[in-house]
Design a protein around this ligand. Structure first.
Ligand code: SF4
Length: 326
């Protein structure tokens, strides 16, 4: 049996007008460009990257909002975008998403009861919707008094908890968490993370956790992929990732995050100074897309896009430095 979810050479390109000109000559933005990863049942797999790295495009492709340009997405070995197939309802309910901003993802004109009833009506046959909605509220530790509240009456954290309850309504096995705490106060973030971890244990959920926050990822994910301009540059187990980061971009990210313990300070890479700005996704440089910022760039990096190299034990890195040592 294959992985629970597997992306194989996934690509998603968008064709847009030419940036900064009045001539609308189309250009192609390679938002996701040849991404491969696996996610196992019951695990939390982290996707980390700066804005524009393509991590949210991957999320929207998995839930079917976007059709991939090329590549495959397998869920329990079934191709989610097999030729000529419309994704069956039974498969759609298995994959849900929680968005970053709960304020805009909940209909302000509906009560919490109405919000939670909608996916139940669409995906489940239960005739006792009210009992189901109360059960969902119990699952996320909200009392029945919330049934008749509107989103504007809730705090940001409570809105996100309702969004999580809504994602649970179809009894999914995979939930995509797209920056689920980044719009919330720090004091609320821990509560949401603890809730997600408890639900994962109790319901055997798998999470694809998307964030730009490596410190947060450290506490929730078992494996992590680092993305840069539409490509994955490193994948590793979380402990390996923090103790032996290999890609210069990963080292740059890790060298700038705050640490708490002396052990973490010792494992932290020496401060890596990046040169240059992150390029525009509409004008990705040739060769390794990180070469303009990389302190270890070589001549070949300007011409040739590096291939993914296995370092063993599930640790892979996309960088010419490691191709040469093979
Ligand atoms: Fe740096 Fe070259 Fe490796 Fe890219 S391929 S990360 S430019 S050393």
């Amino acid at each position: 049996m294959g992985a629970f979810l597997e992306a194989i050479d996934l690509k998603k390109y968008f064709v847009i007008g030419h940036e900064g000109t009045v001539h609308r000559t189309p250009v192609t933005v390679k938002a996701v460009d040849g991404v491969s990863f696996t996610l196992q049942q019951g695990e939390t797999f982290g996707l980390v990257g700066e804005s524009g790295s393509g991590k949210s495009t991957i999320a929207y492709t998995i839930i079917g909002m976007y059709q991939p340009t090329a590549g495959s997405l397998l869920f329990h070995d079934l191709d989610l975008f097999g030729k000529g197939k419309t994704r069956p309802l039974a498969l759609r309910k298995q994959i849900q998403i929680v968005f970053q901003d709960p304020g805009s993802s909940l209909n302000p004109r509906q009560t919490i009861r109405q919000i939670l009833e909608l996916p139940l009506r669409l995906h489940r046959s239960s005739s006792d919707l009210l009992t189901e909605v109360v059960r969902l509220l119990e699952l996320v530790d909200l009392p029945p008094a919330y049934l008749y509240k509107y989103p504007y009456m809730l705090s940001g954290g409570e809105k996100q908890i309702v969004a999580i309850a809504r994602a649970l309504a179809t009894s999914p096995s995979l939930i995509i968490l797209d920056e689920p705490t980044s719009a919330l106060d720090v004091s609320v973030q821990g509560k949401i993370i603890n809730l997600l971890l408890r639900l994962q244990r109790e319901l055997d959920l798998s999470y694809l956790f998307i964030t730009h926050d490596l410190s947060l990822m450290r506490n929730v994910a078992s494996r992590v992929a680092i993305m840069y301009l539409g490509k994955v540059c490193e994948i590793a187990e979380m402990s390996e990732f923090f103790t032996h980061p290999q890609h210069p971009y990963t080292q740059m990210l890790l060298s700038s995050i705050p640490v708490v313990t002396e052990e973490e300070e010792r494992a932290k890479p020496v401060k890596v100074i990046s040169t240059g700005e992150i390029p525009s996704p509409v004008n990705v440089p040739p060769g390794c897309s990180f070469h303009m910022r990389c302190p270890r760039a070589m001549e070949i990096c300007q011409r040739v896009d590096p291939a993914m190299v296995s370092l063993g034990e599930g640790h892979t890195v996309r960088c010419h430095l490691f191709e040469q040592s093979q």
